[in-house]
Write a new protein. Structure first.
Length: 114
């Protein structure tokens, strides 16, 4: 009999992997969502209009703008393109930067205490 797969585990082992970046990812999604929401507002584009332009469903656009749920990179890029936004990815420094790490840790601790 095969073992049941549990989300967040390595298939068949029952070992759970802890993800320490969930809160940071949520913060990033909310920042991105804020940019999407503000840019749409500045361009006087409703989510329905963006849906017409991109063929990405209105509820998914709303979820992006509110930092909710996961979405495909394809649909994310379609929405960014419709808003005239550009995704820029830069390679991070491999050096340990204690000031930045400490700042992130402090931000996460403040969020937990809310």
């Amino acid at each position: 009999m095969s073992e049941k797969y549990i989300a967040g585990t390595k298939r068949g082992t029952g070992i759970t992997y802890n993800r320490n970046d969930d809160e940071l990812i949520q913060i990033q999604k909310e920042k991105i969502g804020s940019i999407i929401k503000n840019t749409a507002k500045q361009n006087k584009l409703t989510y329905r209009k963006i849906e017409e332009i991109t063929n990405v469903y209105n509820p998914q656009i709303s979820a992006m703008a509110n930092g909710k749920t996961n979405y495909s990179i394809d649909n994310f890029l379609r929405v960014l393109n419709a808003l005239g936004l550009e995704l820029v990815i830069k390679e991070g420094s491999e050096e340990y930067e204690p000031d930045k790490i400490d700042l992130i840790i402090n931000m996460l601790e403040q969020l937990k205490s809310r």
